[in-house]
Design a protein around this ligand. Structure first.
Ligand code: GLA
Length: 381
């Protein structure tokens, strides 16, 4: 039985909605101190909170009809699945010297899991923002971003960068964020896509390589930096490596790591260019950079998969599609497509049939718009 079935449990003090994110360009650049161009979307996780005046915390997912409990007076034990995103946040809050009390939390989600739109960051940031408000913890938005990332790194064991949590908390409606992951300076760029809309095509595959390969890519980049650093001790990330310097290390790095680094350097440059094209309303050129990003991810960084490549290839040479690319960590999830609004319906029908024919998997199509970051609605007493 749901811990919230008792009608007494339907009263909540606080509602939080926390969004998923998309990223236009700048993939696998965040942990290399580079540039990213994400935004939150209008698909969200909704969380309700109330204090329960005990040391017990009770969490229930309405979406998955399952819940769990833990006691703040006992050491937090790792779970096996989604509970770690929540436990990890509580763990980080406690490590910051803050003292949350017992609470009940009920969760509903519109975000597909494993689709590369960061339902995990949405959950972490939603819980962190909710507890901050409920217990007056005095955390800034940036602290919420950082502790949520740390929760994922340390408690869940995913060595992710900062992009997802930043986008989930800091986004503004109808804007993209051009974020410099080195200085953490952000610029909000108006999301003016004229006749175009944003369409996510979910491959509905999530290859289990994703996590191990993600960590391998990080290590490959770190290895390159360590090698270059030996002669250039001012270099602390690939962000500071110029193409000319990389060239000097080509043989020493070996073909695989050289190829990874080439991608990262080029992708950073593409984010800068794409931001400029968007500002100038040059959507075709913006879209071409999305395609180039996909090619780099496919051939140099090698984090794509046949299902994603099929969808990107299928979109090519259609003048109503400006750009298409895989999004997020890779090995499954969604492609992001910049597509003329009046062609969306017929294209979904066509590409879904072709995708099914190729892989015998149903494709899901999700239209999204740039939206605000985590929002809090407090009940007036
Ligand atoms: C995942 C990570 C992010 C980022 C992307 C790739 O979504 O959580 O930090 O590295 O992959 O761009």
């Amino acid at each position: 039985m749901s811990i919230f079935e008792n009608p007494e449990h339907t009263n909540f003090d606080l509602e939080v909605s926390s969004p998923g994110r998309i990223n236009f360009i700048g993939e696998h650049t965040d942990y290399n101190q580079g540039f990213v161009l994400p935004t939150a979307i209008d698909k969200r996780i909704y969380l309700k909170f109330r204090k329960n005046d005990t040391s017990n915390c009770r969490i229930y997912s309405e979406t998955f009809q399952t819940g769990f409990e833990f006691d703040l007076e006992k050491e937090l034990q790792k779970g096996k699945g989604w509970e770690n995103y929540i436990l990890g946040v509580v763990d980080q809050i406690i490590k910051l010297g803050k003292k949350p009390g017992g609470f009940d939390c009920s969760i509903q989600s519109e975000l597909p899991v494993g689709a590369g739109i960061s339902s995990s960051a949405a959950l972490e940031c939603g819980v962190a923002s909710g507890l901050n408000e409920l217990f007056d913890l005095g955390l800034s938005k940036m602290e919420i971003v950082k502790l949520s990332q740390k929760a994922e790194n340390e408690f869940v064991g995913n060595n992710c960068g900062i992009m997802d949590q930043y986008a989930s908390v800091m986004s503004k409606k109808a804007h993209l964020i051009m974020l410099d992951c080195q200085s953490m300076e952000a610029e909000y760029i108006p999301a003016d896509f004229r006749s175009c809309k944003l369409l996510l095509l979910n491959t509905n595959v999530s290859h289990n390589l994703a996590e191990s390969e993600y960590n391998t890519r990080r290590k490959e980049c770190e290895k390159a930096v360590a090698l270059i650093q030996k002669d250039h001790n001012n270099i602390s990330s690939l962000r500071e490596v110029s193409p000319a310097l990389l060239e000097q290390y080509k043989d020493l790095l070996g073909p695989v790591i050289y190829s990874r680094c080439t991608y990262v350097l080029q992708e950073n440059e593409r984010v800068v260019q794409a931001t400029d094209k968007l500002r100038k309303g040059k959507l075709k050129e913006f879209g071409q950079l999305m395609y180039a990003s996909h090619e780099g991810l496919q051939h140099n960084y090698e984090v794509s998969c046949p299902e994603l490549d099929f969808l990107v290839d299928y979109s090519r040479d259609r003048d109503f599609i400006y750009g298409s690319r895989m999004m997020g960590g890779g090995f499954g999830g969604c492609t992001l497509n910049l597509i003329d609004e009046d062609k969306i319906e017929s294209y979904i029908e066509e590409v879904s049939k072709a995708y099914y024919q190729e892989f015998q998997i149903n494709l899901d199509a999700i239209s999204v718009s740039p939206d605000a970051g985590t929002l809090i609605t407090k009940k007036e007493n």
